[in-house]
Design a protein around this ligand. Structure first.
Ligand SMILES: [Ca+2]
Ligand SMILES: [Ca+2]
Ligand SMILES: [Ca+2]
Length: 809
């Protein structure tokens, strides 16, 4: 009832919102129908700096197409260029303005941006109390960035001159001395200057005072004018994840209001966002609940009914079912209604008709879940096998990476959240080769490092999959001797056993060669960390010899002076060693009978690491783990572990666990009240995919052991969400066999090709403050919504296997 009232209130406010002028709304952004202008609702965070999520942003007819509005220090800032810290943000309702103070600590440089609504436009003014520091004169400017995939191939005019934005970066650059380049994050360098001591700086596509961008597309059209010169750049000249950048350099030696832009995003009169009909692209089995969640613009009038249409094999279409639309109510910026067609059980091909909107087709059939893990196990996982040549049909995914092995990391900071302290905790000297580490292991994610903690959980996930489901599937040829993997070529060994073996080989090498577990085996230089392409070409494959000049190769062709070898970060964390000990003992169980010698080595290291770790922890009880387990696994993980023990325990144990399963059931019912989709929706800077599948697995097991508490209908919640019933769009978050409309781009290591690696699960739905969810399907480069990780994808394998097993029961 409460919801119903809220819903009505949201509808009635449209009379106010449809006024022509931009208004500063309750959520502290500027709004008119079709246009939202956000001013530092999302701050730059200075970590990986590539979120493209911050500063002044425009959500234009429902799509966040403009961001990065701020004082920046580069023509086209790339990842790891400095970002401003937000010192303060003030909302002035009387003037209808938002003022933000930005600061660069590295240069003791402060500036203020004041954004004020002026009719259909906003004025953006930059104020300085002190002039731009000498070191940044000519470099500091006001920038704003346009999403390439929404703007490329569109027409624009600068001072009336016609032009078109390029599909691919082909503008011009110059080189400038390194000492003119503003410092990058922590002093790292994103580029290899090949000994020239120069950096690359793009030249503008156009300059002038009045830009009309996307004159051929009313949904994207924006007019920007200024008395200061505007320069339009293509950020992709330096980095594939760059955006189109509009920029004005701040004047030298001036204070006060030093720059003014007028920005007017075009709004289509009366624009209403098309309904997003959320349903499972995999389809449904006949017995399961089937509820579409329909996301509606707050100015949209809900339909009273929707229809399920059946596509007959004779080419005709017929109505299968017409049912009433049920109101759920508002959730953040949209309104939600539901269409329940659970009563339709006849196998067939269907689509949903809601008003003028019609979905793509989907199946109702007993077998829709049969193949949900196949692409992940057969394609995604083997492609992420490190230190192997991986091929598929005519295509080579990558050659054998890191042939020169790994060096002991010297004391250093790192760009991927690692560090090496003065004491290496090993017998190796800084930059000495640690033998034998270039074997086994899995690439972490969209990057190519071996995160030890992730690899430990990966082996555990595979062992769990093996012990619970015994999948005998053999679609992959793996030869550790030949360092060769071929997809779709059976070799007589179940693939899961080979994945366990491959993961263990690297982790064992760490334990045996280093004496304990490394933090990570990662890049030594930033300029090859952001590598996109064949993993085998990240390093030159030659041992680094500091006696040689950079880029020089020794006479015997075995070493080079290029410091590109990977490093092992070796500071000891006894808690991680304990995790490894647990993993090794599980792996030895799984490997027994397949590779007894390896199983023996696992057992030996497990016992040793456990004993040593317990001793170290006893000596140093106040030292905490580097990453607490909860960081990796989420709240319901301990319930999952408790459920895993049920087959080994007695009835009393099972009875004792009941209240926790009842609490899970209560949580599930609460999710239905919290949001229309009935799953926990994460609001962090990494979308919640991993957490959602891990709770999905827990639901399956809770139902298996406590069917009286967790009803069978509950096990489909997470599948519905993953495969298309979610906000923003209705595409499957898994590049998966069986889905009618999977997502088309992911942040995999082939993201520069706007592609995906089959079987990848995206983190999914990313929340942007204060009220926007998104998942780009034409722009792969935002890791928070599109990256697949080895830990997340192996959790997905467990979830998918559990779901299939429970459905079959
Ligand atoms: Ca990584
Ligand atoms: Ca095999
Ligand atoms: Ca090398």
């Amino acid at each position: 009832m409460m919801r119903k009232l809220l819903f009505t209130a949201a509808i009635s406010c449209c009379a106010y919102a449809s006024a022509q002028d931009l208004k500063l709304n309750e959520q502290e952004y500027f709004e008119r129908q079709g246009v939202n202008i956000l001013v530092f609702s999302n701050n730059f965070n200075g970590g990986f700096n590539d979120e493209k999520n911050s500063g002044i942003e425009i959500i234009h007819h429902g799509v966040r197409t403009v961001q990065g509005g701020a004082v920046r220090l580069n023509n086209t800032p790339e990842q790891w260029d400095l970002v401003p810290k937000t010192v303060s943000r003030k909302v002035n309702r009387e003037n209808g303005s938002i003022e933000v103070t930005m600061r660069y600590d590295d240069y003791d440089f402060e500036s203020r941006a004041v954004v004020t609504a002026k009719g259909k436009a906003v004025e953006i003014a930059v104020w300085l109390d002190k002039p731009v520091p000498d070191a940044l004169a000519g470099e500091a400017g006001f920038n704003i960035e346009f999403l390439p995939s929404q703007y490329w191939l569109k027409t624009f005019t600068m001072d009336g001159r016609l032009n078109r934005l390029p599909r691919y970066a082909t503008s011009q650059t110059i080189t400038r001395p390194n000492n003119e380049k503003p410092r990058q994050f922590k002093g790292f360098k994103t580029y290899d200057d090949r000994g020239t001591d120069k950096f690359v700086d793009p030249l503008p596509l156009e300059t002038g005072h009045r830009l009309l961008i996307a004159t051929d597309d009313p949904e994207r059209l924006i007019t920007i004018s200024s008395d200061t010169e505007l320069k339009l750049y293509d950020g992709r000249m330096l980095a594939q994840n760059g955006w189109f950048v509009l920029r004005s350099v701040l004047p030298k030696g001036k204070t006060g209001k030093v720059l003014t832009w007028t920005v007017e995003p075009h709004a289509i009169p009366g624009w209403i966002r098309k309904p997003n009909i959320g349903f499972s692209q995999i389809g449904y089995i006949p017995e399961q609940p089937k509820v579409a969640v329909i996301e509606l613009d707050k100015n949209d009038q809900p339909q009273t009914t929707a229809t399920l249409m059946r596509l007959n094999p004779d080419g005709t279409t017929e109505k299968a079912y017409t049912g009433n639309i049920q109101t759920w109510g508002p959730y953040y910026k949209y309104n939600y209604v539901k269409f329940d067609f659970s009563s339709v059980k006849q196998p067939g091909v269907y689509y949903i008709q809601y008003g003028n909107s019609k979905t793509n087709d989907f199946l109702i059939d007993d077998h829709v879940y049969d193949k949900i893990t196949d692409a992940t196990t057969d394609v995604w996982v083997p492609i992420h096998m490190n230190h192997m040549y991986v091929t598929e049909g005519y295509r080579t995914w990558h050659g054998e990476p890191f042939k020169e092995g790994y060096l002991q990391a010297p004391p250093s900071d790192h760009f991927d959240l690692h560090s090496q302290s003065e004491d290496t905790d090993t017998k190796y000297k800084p930059l000495e080769l640690i033998p034998g580490l270039n074997v086994g292991g899995f690439f972490d994610a969209g990057d190519f490092d071996i995160e030890t903690s992730a690899n430990i959980s990966v082996v555990e996930n595979f062992v769990r999959t093996w012990e619970l489901f015994k999948p005998m599937r053999d679609e992959t040829f793996v030869s550790e001797d030949q360092r060769y993997v071929e997809l779709h070529r059976p070799d007589g060994v179940p693939d899961i056993l080979q994945f366990i073996e491959h993961g263990v080989l690297n982790l064992l090498a760490q334990a045996e060669q280093i004496g304990h577990m490394a933090q990570t085996l990662s890049n030594s230089v930033l300029d090859n960390y952001h590598h996109l392409g064949d993993a085998a070409s990240i390093t030159d494959g030659l041992h680094y010899d500091p006696a040689l000049k950079p880029y020089e190769v020794s006479a015997d062709g075995k070493s080079s002076g290029t410091p590109d070898d990977m490093w092992a970060f070796t500071n000891r964390d006894p808690y991680q060693d304990l995790d490894a000990a647990k993993m090794f003992v599980a792996a030895s169980r799984a490997l027994k009978g397949y590779n007894d010698q390896l199983a023996e080595r696992c057992l030996k290291q497990s016992k040793r690491l456990k004993a040593e770790a317990e001793e170290l922890i006893a000596k140093n009880p106040n030292k905490k783990p580097r990453f607490p387990m909860s960081w990796m696994q989420g709240n319901w993980w301990t319930l999952q572990e408790a459920l895993d023990s049920i087959p080994m325990m007695d009835e009393a144990y099972k009875e004792k666990l009941r209240p926790r399963v009842e609490a899970l059931n209560k949580a599930l019912q609460d999710f239905d009240k919290q949001n229309p989709y009935g799953v926990p929706i994460g609001l962090g800077n990494w979308a919640g995919g991993n957490f959602v599948v891990s709770i999905g697995t827990t639901i399956c097991y809770a139902h298996l052991y406590y069917p009286d508490i967790i009803k069978k209908d509950e096990i489909y919640r997470v599948a519905n969400w993953l495969y298309g019933c979610h906000p923003y769009h209705n595409y499957s978050f898994v590049a998966v066999v069986g889905a009618a409309r999977p997502k088309q781009v992911f942040y995999g290591n082939n993201r520069a090709d706007f592609s995906f690696i089959p079987g990848n699960m995206a983190p999914g739905l990313l929340f942007r403050q204060p009220d926007h969810f998104e998942n780009f399907d034409d722009w792969p480069f935002l890791w928070g919504q599109n990256e697949g990780t080895i830990a997340g994808n192996t959790q997905y394998i467990i979830f998918g296997s559990a779901l299939k097993a429970v459905i079959k029961k």
